[in-house]
Design a protein around this ligand. Structure first.
Ligand code: ZN
Length: 567
């Protein structure tokens, strides 16, 4: 049966490439090429110390992992209707090329390379459908748009909702089908496991989230469980269900299933609390015109630092998520705000397997030795906090109240990311000087930042983080704070660095306060560039992995079973 299905797909695939008239009819990758594609993701054992958790909480954790495994199967089906059958076929394959295809399939959750514009890495599959499996096969985007337009307001909200698919009935008419019905079997099983996990835990906010999320799986009403997720205050911090909408490339309406099963990191959580107490003091000391400082900084979105035991579905495809903001439901955000969750052991694995090898190529031998995980992660925390500091309003020339986002338009996000990075470094130095952070941080944070800038620039300068990083590195080069050696490697001049970091913080923040679009545009045009000396180093990094492929060792241990994860 599956062989027939694959044959059918093969026909479909050929027909589609032919009609699409694809300009590059590259042959499907052979075994060697498939191995090279898979090798971009370095296999890593992901572990978490759960020894201090009481036995009942560990048992609850195991149930959460079991529920999370179901999200993988659901996500596969959401990506493409043909995924289930293709996976079974690939699993049956005994040839070496079949095994290599399976490896890549498991990384990308489908037969398309998510790092290369969704290029198919095996023959006989169609182009990755922009509609995923959320809309009926054969429907067009226009047809769906027209249908939605014809509905009443209430029906429209339902059709555009996060938690419905659009299907065609036997009568040919379109209809919105709730996830609780579309995925009934799997969601019932996941709900049962979450209720068992809720029974086991003694932590009230965790029990509440697990029970409410289980109820949501069968009622299709996620509101109460999203609120409970915002209120989570427990040693275990699960996030499970339909969340992000990237996979729906047609409209961004439909939520994909995923899970992050995690354990709270108490050391980092304590560090964050300490930093939060310093924020007003940092604002008061910003290297900008006094009038531009906020006398009282706004409330911060909560940040949680956790370690990953298991991820699945949309949370475990292609490049691994290192941090996320949820929920996406505006109603919940209005009432409760949103929460940022940072995955520390994932960051550590990326640091060890990507950043360190990069630093060995980009930095001078003396500076390489200074690159450390602690300053790397502490700077990421500070980056998040610094988004909340600095000017957030603009007085326009005609006296209107506006804000940097509106005034700086397409230049805003690159500048805002650069601001969070560079003022994050400035803030760390302030806290070192004040004795809040240990002096040793100063010995490594600039070198670590320099190495990390290459990790970002390597992905290109097409989006905000890359653009912002190009601005920063070029500024630091121009100020002599980063120096290119005779061998082409870069190193930090710490004295000049301190001044250049403060000066760039001033430059960006005052530009944001002025809302000067023309100046921002001109600056970005001049300096969002990868200069030859930088490119030369990036070109040497081809053998460094792009990202990691986690094996969830702790999940396997607590559940006493193979947790999969694509190995
Ligand atoms: Zn940011």
């Amino acid at each position: 049966m599956h062989t027939r299905l694959l044959a059918a797909l093969a026909i479909l695939g050929v027909a589609m490439t032919a009609t699409a008239g694809a300009p590059e009819t590259k042959a499907a990758p052979d075994k060697a090429e498939l191995d090279r594609l898979a090798a971009r993701f370095k296999p890593v054992d992901l572990t978490v110390d759960v020894s201090t958790l009481p036995a009942n909480e560990r048992a609850s954790l195991a149930k959460q992992v079991e529920a999370a495994r179901i999200m993988d199967a659901l996500f596969l089906r959401q990506v493409w209707a043909g995924n289930d059958a293709l996976l079974i076929d690939l699993a049956d394959e005994t040839s070496a090329v079949g095994a290599a295809r399976l490896q890549n399939f498991l990384i990308h959750k489908g037969p398309w390379d998510r790092l290369d514009h969704d290029r198919a890495f095996m023959p006989g599959v169609p182009k990755k459908p922009g509609s995923a499996n959320f809309y009926p096969a054969g429907a067009t985007k226009e047809e769906i748009e027209k249908w939605i337009g014809s509905l009443s307001d209430k029906e429209q909200a339902n059709a555009k909702g996060f938690f419905t698919t659009i299907r065609r009935g036997a009568d040919g008419k379109l209809a919105a089908v709730p996830y609780s019905l579309e995925y009934q079997g799997e969601l019932d099983r996941a709900a049962t496991l979450l209720r068992e996990a809720a029974e086991l835990t003694k932590q009230p906010t965790l029990k509440s989230y697990l029970e409410k999320r289980a109820a949501a799986f069968t009622s299709n009403d996620y509101y109460a469980s999203d609120i409970a997720w915002m209120e989570l205050d427990a040693s275990l911090e699960p996030t499970i269900g339909p969340y992000e909408t990237y996979e729906d490339e047609w409209f961004g309406y439909k939520a994909a299933f995923e899970a992050f099963i995690t354990v709270r990191d108490d050391v980092e959580t304590g560090k964050l609390k300490k930093f939060e107490r310093e924020l007003q003091g940092l604002e008061n000391a910003l290297p900008i015109d006094k009038k531009l400082r906020n006398a009282k900084i706004g409330a911060l979105a909560p940040i949680r630092v956790v370690n990953v035991v298991y991820t699945s579905g949309d949370a475990n495809r292609g490049v691994q998520t290192a941090a996320f903001n949820l929920p996406n439901d505006d109603k919940v955000i209005k009432e409760k705000g949103s929460k940022r969750v940072m995955l520390k052991n994932v960051q550590q694995a990326k640091f060890d397997n990507v950043l360190l090898p990069i630093s060995k190529i980009a930095l001078s031998p003396k500076d390489q030795a200074k690159v450390k995980f602690d300053p790397f992660f502490t700077h990421i925390l500070m980056h998040e906090l610094m988004h909340g500091l600095g000017p957030h309003s603009v007085k326009t020339k005609d006296g209107k109240e506006s804000n940097p986002r509106l005034e700086l338009k397409d230049t805003y996000s690159a500048l805002e990311e650069a601001k969070a990075d560079i003022s994050g470094l400035w803030a760390l130095q302030k806290l070192v000087d004040k004795g809040v952070i240990d002096k040793s941080m100063e010995e490594s944070m600039y070198e670590t930042f320099l190495a990390s800038s290459f990790r970002t620039l390597r992905f290109g300068i097409n989006e905000a983080h890359g653009k912002g990083m190009a601005l920063q590195l070029n500024w630091l080069l121009d100020k002599g704070a980063v120096v290119v050696g005779a061998d082409g490697t870069m190193s930090v001049d710490r004295k000049k660095m301190k001044t250049a970091v403060a000066a760039l913080t001033t430059e960006i923040m005052e530009l944001q306060a002025a809302g000067d679009y023309a100046r921002a545009k001109a600056w970005l045009e001049k300096d969002v560039k990868i200069r030859p000396e930088t490119q030369k180093l990036i070109d040497k990094m081809t053998a460094v992995p792009t990202d990691i492929k986690p094996r969830f060792v702790t999940a396997e241990e607590v559940t006493g079973a193979s947790a999969g994860g694509g190995s």
